[in-house]
Design a protein around this ligand. Structure first.
Ligand code: M6R
Length: 608
């Protein structure tokens, strides 16, 4: 949530800051701003709305400073107006902020009592005034920041520049990510390495509680106690990834079409294809045979990947799995069994609720494993073992390729655990592995349903509500389909376990509501067919996502059939994800929505 960047450059930095902000816009895009120092004095430009509005403003009113900070916002406190846009400033400094200052109300009252006047509705402004107050007491910028930081509660990352200090930038991190980039006579700070990739691949991540003093000569890191500490400098891979749309109109379309390749790459990382076995690319610091239970927690689409995995771990490894959304799990005070494993799933590796659940599990003696797409993320760094997804950067706010890569990794883990626990014979493992090897090719075929989906999108775009149904491993996919549609088209959609239809939602069925049924040829197809007949008998509009056999079995009139390739049913969610994503994508396109940056959302949710 919110992207921050800071540069101490060798020439004017505003252009570079805008370039970096473009790569951070996925974190929020309701307003943006920049502050630089011109002749030692702070100058700001801010604009409501997308980053392009700020870029246009800068064309008319350029900033020439050689040091500056920038921000792209996802509003938490205060409406997304220009006045609430960052950087926030005083006569002494400007600051950009990602996260939430939980105690901002009490700090604001205290500072008002000392004569400070607040101009915005944001929590961030208290940071500007708090550090300013310390400077008015006679402290220099560094001591003032050091004195202010311990007074802030919440999860945040900050970057400051100071009036009259053209060679000083200070960054701080508590619970939200921050990376320092090392250049030649230039220094950078940013929410992630991707933002800094055009300038440097030499990156140092701040640990939680750290703050850093940057000058043109380099970086000095301090821990939460103020002691100078060493932090490792890494070579980031981020620059290897081109953040562009290729020939596609949107990042989401590009990312959907990339899936055969990235799922293939991810599977190749985990499978020994010639031996027909799973070979985990890391040592497990626990014995899967001794696990008493798995707990899975995540948010949004990552949670639905975990829900599919529950079926796999139970079936392949005969392991009981508990699963909950992270925002509920973290506050449930859940008892955790001895010898249990917590699996957290997250594309960004920074989701606040997922991170808090991971920490809870560690405190409660669980082994911890994360399935993440960003190997340098906080979640990846804090868990016992990281199972990476090799999806590459996902820019579209709607998660697509990260989901199918998460499923691929979780399938491999379930098979590996099944093998280790003696729940899968060698033959059964080899069969599952050969089914998995077929998945990238099947995904490519499934993506060819594009033409039919585009046609369907025209009718769906007129619907007010849409119902998604699925059973077994297709049930989480029904939930995911509904989430995808609502987040980018704003059409109300619900996902249901098909068996739950007659317990309530069947009352909704009429000629107006499309019912999207996800029904591969699997052991529960017969049951799903009964549910389709119930919908059909009430004049419902069925859109069937299935193979030809299931279509034949269903023997009901359907409004549309998105034809899926024949496949072994266990891994159908990875392949059937493609038409589900395409339905949402084309519907949103037909409706003229902002597909990559839907309203009110952000890619990385680092606040709870
Ligand atoms: O980065 P994470 O995977 O932890 O993010 C979790 C959710 O915020 C994310 O999946 C969200 O639901 C997406 N917008 C779904 O498309």
């Amino acid at each position: 949530m919110c992207g921050i960047v800071g540069i101490i450059g060798g020439g004017p930095v505003a252009g570079q800051i805008v370039e970096a902000l473009k790569r951070l816009e996925y974190r929020g895009y309701d307003s943006a701003g920049i502050a630089t120092l011109e002749d030692g004095r702070l100058e700001r430009r801010r604009a409501q709305g997308k980053l392009r509005n700020l870029a246009e403003r800068l064309e008319k009113e350029p900033l020439a400073g050689h040091i500056g900070i920038g921000h792209t916002r996802w509003a938490t406190h205060g409406r997304p107006t220009e006045n609430n846009a960052h950087p926030h400033a005083s006569d002494k400094l400007a600051v950009v902020h990602n996260g939430i200052i939980e105690n901002f109300r009490e700090l604001r009252e205290e500072l008002r009592g000392k004569g400070h006047v607040f101009a915005t509705e944001t929590d961030t402004e208290v940071v500007a005034h708090l550090v300013t107050e310390e400077m008015r007491q006679g402290k220099g910028p560094q001591d003032a920041v050091a004195a202010a930081l311990p007074r802030l509660r919440g999860a945040f990352a900050l970057a400051f520049v100071f009036d009259g200090y053209p060679d000083l930038l200070i960054g701080a991190r508590q619970g939200a990510p921050l990376a320092v980039g090392h250049g030649e006579g230039e220094m950078y700070v940013g929410s992630d390495a991707l933002a800094l990739a055009p300038f440097t691949s030499e990156i140092t991540y701040l640990d939680d509680g750290d703050w850093v003093v940057l000058t043109r000569d380099g970086a000095v890191f301090h821990d939460a106690n103020g002691s100078i500490v060493k932090r490792t400098r890494l070579r980031s891979q981020a620059s290897a990834f081109l953040v562009d749309k290729g020939n596609h109109r949107h990042f989401m379309a590009k990312e959907i079409h990339e899936q055969p390749e990235v799922v293939g790459r991810t599977l190749a990382h985990y499978l020994d294809m010639s031996a027909g076995a799973v070979r985990l690319p890391f040592e497990l610091p626990f014995d899967p045979a001794k696990l008493s239970r798995i707990t899975i927690t995540a948010c949004g689409t990552a949670y639905y990947a975990g829900l599919v995995a529950k079926y796999w771990f139970e079936r392949f490894a005969r392991l009981p799995v508990e699963i909950d959304v992270a925002s509920e799990f973290r506050y449930r005070d859940a008892p955790m069994p001895e010898g249990g494993l917590m699996i957290v799933v997250s594309q960004s590796g920074e989701t606040a609720d997922t991170l808090a659940s991971l920490r809870y599990a560690k405190e409660n003696g669980q082994h911890t494993l994360s399935v993440v797409n960003v190997p340098t993320s906080t979640i990846a760094r804090e868990c016992d073992v990281v199972a990476p997804t090799l999806a590459g950067p996902e820019i579209g706010v709607a998660s697509t390729k990260a989901f199918t890569c998460q499923l691929s990794v979780l399938a491999c883990l379930a098979i590996a655990f099944g093998h280790a626990r003696g729940a899968l014979s060698r033959e059964a493992e080899a069969k599952l592995v050969s089914d998995l090897i077929a998945v990238p090719g099947l995904l490519a075929e499934a993506i060819k349903s594009t033409a039919a989906t585009e046609k369907l999108a025209h009718t769906l775009s007129k619907a007010r509500d849409v119902l998604y149904l699925g059973r077994g491993v297709s049930y989480p996919l029904a939930l995911e389909g509904a989430l995808k549609l609502k987040e980018i088209s704003y059409i109300h959609a619900e996902g249901y376990a098909a068996g739950e239809l007659k317990h309530g939602p069947i009352a909704l069925i009429d000629e107006a509501m499309p019912v999207i049924v996800i029904a591969p040829s699997d052991p529960v197809l017969e049951k799903t067919v009964s549910n389709m007949q119930e919908v059909s008998a009430r004049g419902g509009r069925i859109i069937l996502v299935s193979d030809n056999n299931a279509m034949h079995e269903a023997a009901v009139n359907v409004e549309a059939h998105l034809v899926m390739p024949d496949m072994a049913p266990d891994f159908a969610p990875i392949v059937y994800a493609a038409p589900i994503q395409l339905i949402a994508y084309y519907t949103a396109v037909v409706m003229g929505k902002d597909v990559d940056q839907p309203r009110n959302l952000a890619k990385s949710v680092t606040v709870e």
